[in-house]
Design a protein around this ligand. Structure first.
Ligand SMILES: [Cu+2]
Length: 148
């Protein structure tokens, strides 16, 4: 009985000491998804700092460009029709879109850790809104998922 308890303690200690393994999150770029045409799926992703996110073009004519990032993050932009992986190395909220389909609200949000840059997110979301001709409700829906 005693050695079982010891094993439990050792396991628990290792679990605490081991660094969290970085995960990769896939976001598909689709002509048609569960929420209609021209969409990132999933469009809201919660990740840990250090994780990677891979944008996977499942159909042609998509690419992805960062729109809001936490301070100090170099803006990113993928090539048309090519998978693109970005390492999320700063805490905060990231917004991005597919430039050819911005007016169809092909946008998305990544949250890493705490939402440290909500002021910038809110300000830039307001500027984005008039450009979303179709499916504009996606913006508020995605932003509403951010845990504050
Ligand atoms: Cu697109």
């Amino acid at each position: 009985m005693k050695h079982v308890r010891l094993a439990t303690i050792i396991c628990a200690t290792f679990a605490l000491a081991a660094p969290a393994l970085a995960a990769d999150h896939t976001i598909n770029m689709l002509n048609y998804g569960a929420d209609g045409g021209m969409v990132f799926e999933p469009a809201f992703v919660k990740v840990e700092v250090g994780d990677t996110v891979t944008f996977q073009p499942k159909n042609t004519s998509h690419y992805v460009q960062s729109y809001v990032t936490p301070e100090g993050v170099t803006p990113w932009k993928s090539k048309l029709d090519e998978p693109f992986t970005v390492t999320i190395d700063k805490e905060g909220v990231y917004m991005y879109y597919c430039p050819p389909h911005l007016m169809m609200s092909m946008i998305g949000v990544i949250q890493a850790g705490n939402a440290t840059n909500m002021e910038a997110v809110t300000a830039k979301a307001a500027k984005l809104k008039p450009k979303l001709v179709m499916k504009g409700e996606r913006l508020d829906a995605y932003l509403g998922k951010i845990a504050k």
